[in-house]
Ligand binder design. Structure first.
Ligand SMILES: Cc1cc2nc3c(=O)[nH]c(=O)nc-3n(C[C@H](O)[C@H](O)[C@H](O)COP(=O)(O)OP(=O)(O)OC[C@H]3O[C@@H](n4cnc5c(N)ncnc54)[C@H](O)[C@@H]3O)c2cc1C
Length: 447
């Protein structure tokens, strides 16, 4: 229950319509996409905030935070709620701070976009494309997810094959943050070192008010789908294409059969033939060139879309079948499927895939997204797993590691149990900016 004086204060700050304590809305919005994980579901189901508050300006944001800190009320930030790790779920009630009204593009030129926290990424991409630029990379949830939600909770996506991830220097140029103190401080982070307490901080260190993304010149992307009879050939072909520095790619997304059978739209379009492994490609490559390369590898081009239709409303987007959208299609087809976030060593890709197959057979299906990880071309995976038990998942993780693979466990909501967390800079940010521990409590094992 929220203190009635605090509720009145919040209504005065943002207006009564922007403070919601309706039980159904509280339950609906106090969730992210943690339900992807059968382990997280029982841990997080039923957790809810006491009210949802939506400030529209930096001044309102600071006043909301000050009121919360004065009354020692927990604050959980929410963008679009598409995060997968449960870190958008309020574990101790309090305020769910929605950025839905902080949605303005403050400035945008060919090199960078400065946007408020709740700006949807698709708006940045559209505005950038209108002036011949584009986002360096974005999550496959580009249509709904927000600027701050992505840098605080996301990693990468289409475009990461060229530009890396949120952790790589030069991609996120800066942010304005607000501290959780009774007189909140507004701090501009403009250096890579300063950003490390903010990137992938999952709402635990500070509240992000705005973000500056680096942009890159737009490319005339074409989309293609290739079907392979043999998965080993598909692995070799896609790894060679990923490493071919003469070809610009935005997406190379490889799916072992039967994953393609889950992509209902592609099946309907005849792009996912029975029994074939699929490589989804967004690249600066003509149909002739793709067909030539495919033919020499014994593969078939099953679908193509020219650049003129790229990201046009009503047209297919291959990114809708990539990254964690793949898992979504799979879970719709078979509710026993879940996923793992793993990565192969590109020089041992086929060997590691086969070694895991030998242990798990089709209980683990290989799904690879090629991306630059710390500057190295990496076949990162969101492998699909036929879920049996938590112990099975933990054993699978251990087995992958024994095989020399890298794994980030998506079945924990504790930030410090994610191997990708920034460690000391996050602990430093927490100590400097959230001295009372009010930001998103319950999502760190070490606190
Ligand atoms: C189908 C599907 C596909 C996905 N594909 C990808 C992908 O390709 N790449 C990828 O990286 N992720 C992916 N994700 C995960 C998720 O969509 C992204 O990380 C997304 O960018 C999160 O944005 P959001 O606005 O929904 O954030 P939310 O889920 O609302 O928030 C994410 C985290 O950020 C915190 N946060 C939000 N706003 C603020 C703020 N203003 N200040 C401080 N903290 C804040 C929240 O508390 C939470 O911990 C996918 C998820 C789904 C369901």
């Amino acid at each position: 229950m929220i203190d009635s004086n605090l509720l009145t204060d919040l209504q005065q700050i943002v207006g009564p319509d922007n403070v919601v304590d309706d039980l159904k809305k509280l339950n609906d919005l106090s969730r992210d996409c943690y339900w992807y994980s059968p382990v997280l579901r029982p841990e997080l189901d039923g957790m809810a905030a006491d009210c949802i508050v939506s400030p529209a300006t930096l001044e309102e944001l600071c006043a909301v935070i000050a009121a919360a800190v004065r009354t020692s009320t927990p604050i959980t930030c929410r963008g679009a709620g598409t995060g997968n790790y449960g870190q958008g779920v309020p574990m101790h009630g309090g305020i769910l701070l929605s950025t839905v009204r902080l949605d303005r593009i403050l400035s945008l030129d060919a090199d960078k976009a400065h946007v408020q926290a709740g700006t949807r990424l698709i708006e940045i991409e559209r505005r950038a494309r209108a002036i011949g630029a584009e986002m360096r990379f974005y999550p496959s949830t580009i249509i709904t997810s927000t600027a701050a939600g992505f840098i605080a909770g996301g990693a990468g996506g289409p475009g990461s094959i060229m530009h890396g991830t949120v952790w790589d220097e030069g991609n996120i140029l800066g942010a304005t943050i607000v501290t959780a103190e009774s007189t909140p401080r507004i701090i501009q982070a403009t250096t890579y070192a300063g950003m490390r307490s903010i990137i992938h901080s999952c709402g635990l260190t500070c509240i992000i008010a705005d973000v500056t993304f680096a942009l890159t010149p737009a490319v005339a992307w074409q989309q293609h789908i290739l079907a392979f009879e043999d998965f080993d050939v598909a692995l070799t072909f896609s790894a060679a294409l990923a490493r071919d520095t003469k070809v610009k790619s935005r997406l190379l997304s490889l799916h072992e059969w039967p994953i393609p059978s889950y992509f209902v739209q592609l099946v309907k379009n005849g792009a996912a033939p029975d029994g074939k492994h699929l490589l989804l490609i967004e690249a600066e490559m003509s149909l002739d060139e793709v067909t030539r390369r495919a033919t020499s590898a014994g593969a078939t081009v099953t679908w193509h879309q020219p650049h003129a239709d790229y990201h046009k409303t009503g047209k297919l987007k291959l990114s809708d079948f990539s990254y964690n959208h793949t898992t979504l299609w799979a879970m719709k087809a078979d509710e026993n499927l879940t996923y793992l976030q793993d990565a192969f060593d590109i020089s041992r890709l086929t060997e590691q895939h086969h070694a895991r197959k030998a242990i798990y057979g089709d209980d683990v299906l290989t799904h690879i997204e090629f991306l630059k990880w710390g500057g190295v071309m990496t076949p990162a995976g969101l492998s699909l797993v036929r879920f049996k038990s938590k112990d099975q998942l933990w054993k699978l993780i251990a087995d992958c590691e024994t095989l020399g693979m890298w794994v980030a466990n998506p079945h924990t909501h504790k930030l410090d149990e994610d191997v990708r967390w920034n460690g000391q800079p996050i602990l430093d940010g927490k100590a400097m900016w959230d001295p009372k521990g009010l930001l998103n409590p319950g999502h760190m094992a070490g606190l």
